[in-house]
Each structure stands twice: as structure tokens, then as C-alpha cells.
Design a protein around this ligand. Sequence first.
Ligand SMILES: *Cc1c(COP(=O)(O)O)cnc(C)c1O
Length: 218
Amino acid sequence: MINSGRLSELLKELPPGVKLVAVSKFKPPEAILEAYNQGVVNFGENRPQELETKMEQLPGDIRWHFIGHLQRNKVKLIIRRVSLIHSVDSVRLAAEIDSRARELSLVKDCLLQIRIANEETKQGIEPGELDSVAGEIKAMPNVRICGVMGMATNTPDIDIVSKEFALLKFYYRHLKETLFINDDHFCEISAGMSSDWRVAVENGSTIIRVGSLIFGER
Ligand SMILES: *Cc1c(COP(=O)(O)O)cnc(C)c1O
């Protein structure tokens, strides 16, 4: 059902230190299990309800990642079992995660999603607001910022994509050298999807989020 040949090539090609999150949104539990049996442990979903349903049916040692726009009223549905939230794009969302995490006595690992594409539709923190947003979120005791996430423009033009990923790395370095200078947890760049993961890895990505390459078109 899944493209297991492409998956094993991808796993072989991935440089050490770069993690694969297999994006399984809209795909059935059987497909996830196939990838899991090939050695994938990290899976990404972008709809809270779908994530909840799948978690119940699949092995307990899968590490689930939340990768899409997250509404504040859905935080409580996913916070307990999700290992990393890639899409923190506002102080208000982070504050909700912080208070839900505090109720459960846990600290939630999150990435700051930064807007690197020019497309209007792409979510993320505006670069001009990055320092103030990151500073406010860093002060929240039950949220741990582990790095940054970004999505490049959906274009076949590699130069554009490459420039955007380079920009994301620049923001990462900037934060790493300022706000997070003494913070070893701040070490991840989540960038790259099926069409552009190689470009992302060349630009310092440590987590790639690959869906259709493994699971087929949605
Ligand atoms: C769907 C999705 C992906 C995976 O996209 P593919 O092109 O199928 O690899 C990665 N990241 C995010 C945020 C997504 O929503």
C-alpha cells in the first residue's frame, strides 16, 4: 500500500542526525503500520481528531508530531500524547499549551513556526516579530522551545526554495546565538517535504516532514 521502496531509499539516504517524520495525514492506520514495520517511529498529523483516533489504534511507542495549524481549543485534545508540536505561531497559542501542560504537570516540546515563504497562505511568525514572540514564549515554564519550523513556497524553482530554507537557518542561528545561547534543547530545524527535503537538508534541516513520497498522493 505504501511505497516501501522509496521509503527504504529515503531512510538509507538520510544523513545521520536528520530525523524523518512520516506525514500520515488522511492515510489509514494500516499504511502507518507498514511504515512503522519498516522502522519509522515518528509520524506527523495535522488534524487533532484524526490524530486522536489513530493513536488509539496504533503501537504505543510511535512518536506523534503535530505539524499543522493548531487551534487553541484543540490543544487539550492532543497535548498529552504528542511528542513535538511543530506549529507554534503565536503567543496566544503558546500560552494555551503552557496552561494545559501545567495542568498535566508536563513540559511540552514545541517549535516556532516562522513565515519564510511569500505566499499569503503560509502560516508562521512574521520575522519582524520573531524576537519578541520568542522571548515571551521562552518565559513560559511549561513550554520548551526546541527550535524552528518553516515551509517553503510551493514552487519547482529550487533557487527560491533554497533561499527560503537558508533564511530559516539564519533565523535559527540568530535565536541560538541570542535568546537560546545557553539552551541545549534549542537544536532543531524542521524543514523539507517530499519535493524539497534534499534542499532543506543542504540548508541545515534536522527534521524532514515527508508525506506523499512515502504514502502516495493524498
Ligand atoms: C502535508 C504536510 C507535509 C508533507 O507534505 P508532502 O508534500 O506530502 O511530503 C509536511 N509538512 C506539513 C506542515 C504538512 O502539512
